[in-house]
Design a protein around this ligand. Sequence first.
Ligand code: SAM
Length: 279
Amino acid sequence: MIGSIKETKEILEKYKLKARKSFGQNFLVDSNIINKIVTSAGLTKQDGVIEIGPGIGAMTEVMLEKTKKVLCYEIDSNMTRVLREEINSDDLIIKEEDFLKADINKDLENFVDCERVLVISNLPYYITTPIIFKLLECENRIDEFYFMVQKEVGARLTGKPKTKDYNSLSVLIEYQADAQLLFDVKRNCFYPAPDVDSVIIKLKKVKREYEAKNRGLFVKFVQDVFAMRRKTFINNLLNKYPISRENITTQLRNYGFSETLRAEELTTRELVDMFNVLF
Ligand code: SAM
């Protein structure tokens, strides 16, 4: 089994490799955690899995046992060489490329014979947010995601209004998905151990009954109103948009909000409402 500290060190030694920090390489070496992630997803032999950054294949190996097939994107050719040589399975499709440049919709053709397609990944932390947004924004059949992320990022991704973790990221996730923190993963479950603890989160894509008039502008609006946390909603807006204080105040009052309101007090739905009436 690849996902143990002994075997991970042996494989790295065998291929004369070192974990590359620039690619966010921290390998999972705790088989209980690997099994817990895979079990959480309730995988069956009818399912297909997309894995981003399989590394030397600790999770890949276990997922191949539980599903019909796994398609993985790995940027590092050293890792894909290990995968090809250590995992002998016709059900593994390896894409040696940067996931951020991948054509997911085209690659989904590999899963025509699968009932569901899920994404399960111990993410490279330096590109957590772009990966998540690429997946959520893609119009396709994938709607369930299990991600290992840095603990603080997990708190923000699942943050609720009026808490310290609630920010633009929480809103932009909530706008398109139900987010759930599943469980903690300590830093010593990885080799090499990172400086941070981690969490597993589950995202389930949803279609809300409310919608911003313009998605791109709404994303910018949310980032702008949270830009300076201690500033009021009005002052953050005045900083960025040619819009009058009176106009914003009137709309806030119409919705029963005070002028001193801060963005962190508004739910995603309320932010969508404010965006739609102001722009
Ligand atoms: N899944 C393995 C595990 O759990 O042991 C490795 C996880 S490691 C945190 C992240 C992996 O993502 C590394 O193998 C790294 O090479 C890969 N990676 C980094 N940037 C990537 C990118 N842009 N596209 C695809 N893979 C990437």
